[in-house]
Write a protein that binds this ligand. Structure first.
Ligand code: ASP
Length: 332
């Protein structure tokens, strides 16, 4: 049962080493939320649980991308895995509203045609990212919210659950206490550069702990928490949503890349570490540009994250997972 951890590279080295983008066959980057979890990487027992979950999500994506499956299907499968994993603040494991309920937000966007779908405040959809995809694909709208979104998901024959399905022992304790301090596990997100060169971004979240019922965060707001455009980048964000909405973070990154020609990592760092670098605006993002370059940036103590890149001519993809600064190669 021993797993071998090789602390291999700092994040900066990983990104610098990954610039041969004209050779990129596919790429995948994920996040599991940002926050004050930086010290978790020093706890070997707790951190391995997160590394294993992040790596499993990467490998689900890798298997599908290697078969040439389209980016949107890959994003949904990866996000479904993270939504069903109670470690993260999305689907089961989602944080709760001030009145002890679960209201979930999700969005998905495709860079090839700017098609997008989002749901906000759904209470019964087991996998909100699937409802977002259904809005994108089977409705003429971009975002549905509340009861209308739940009803639409039912009509689409998506799997429905009782609201308390999303509870875990941890969130039940929060509901009972509803402590003053902000609590969250970690939103999830995935960006894919598929074998066709299409960029797809998806984000799914329970939102912020003790949020006002009816509150909508950045995740389902196209251009704030989620965006994809094959002319620039795919982006998924995590953090204090109100600030990500005000700064239109996901679109802002794409605009910096597209109009200023800023490399994706530079644009991500500028927005996260300069524009958003306040206590209130903490969080991070993951992104991939139109050449398959991967970027990850955060201004909090940590961000659960992982990347996987496969270049043409290489047998194996390169990958890594991280919580705080250390990028870890995970070999189960
Ligand atoms: N961005 C999410 C929201 O504000 C929360 C998070 O990413 O942790 O709803």
């Amino acid at each position: 049962m021993f797993r071998k951890l090789v602390v291999a590279l700092s994040l900066a080295t990983v990104v610098t080493n990954s610039v041969f983008a004209q050779n990129r066959e596919y790429a995948l980057v994920i996040h599991g939320g940002a926050g004050a979890m930086g010290s978790l990487e020093d706890d070997p027992e707790k951190s391995v649980i997160y590394y294993a979950a992040l790596d499993s999500a990467l490998m689900i994506g890798n298997d599908m991308l290697a078969q040439g499956i389209a980016g949107a299907q890959v994003v949904m499968a990866v996000v479904n895995y993270l939504e069903n994993n109670p470690l993260f603040n999305a689907g089961k494991g989602a944080t709760c509203t001030i009145d002890g309920q679960f209201e979930l937000d999700a969005a998905i966007m495709e860079g090839k045609d700017l098609s997008a779908g989002a749901v906000a405040g759904v209470k019964t959809v087991k996998n909100p990212i699937n409802a977002a995809y259904a809005v994108k694909t089977n409705s003429k709208h971009v975002m549905l919210s509340g009861q209308g979104a739940d009803q639409f998901a039912a009509e689409q024959e998506l799997e429905l659950v009782e609201n308390m399905h999303f509870a875990t022992p941890k969130t039940m304790a929060w509901i009972e206490e509803l402590k003053e301090k902000s609590k969250k596990n970690g939103t999830v997100g995935c960006v894919v550069y598929d074998t066709e060169g299409n960029l797809v971004a998806g984000t799914s979240t329970g939102g912020m702990f003790k949020k006002q019922w009816g509150r909508v965060g950045d995740a389902p707001v196209i251009g704030a928490g989620t965006y994809a455009d094959n002319a620039s980048c795919g982006v998924s964000c995590t953090g204090h949503g109100e600030y990500f909405i005000r700064h239109a973070v996901a679109f802002n990154l794409c605009a910096r890349n597209k109009y200023l020609g800023e490399p994706v990592q530079e644009a991500a760092d500028y927005i996260i570490k300069t524009e958003l670098n306040t206590d209130a605006g903490n969080g991070g993002l993951i992104a991939i540009d139109k050449e398959g370059n991967v970027a990850m940036s955060y201004n909090s103590k940590g961000m659960f994250r992982g990347y996987l890149i496969k270049d043409k001519g290489n047998d194996q993809p390169e990958k890594g997972v991280a919580i705080g600064e250390k990028m870890v190669i995970w070999n189960p």
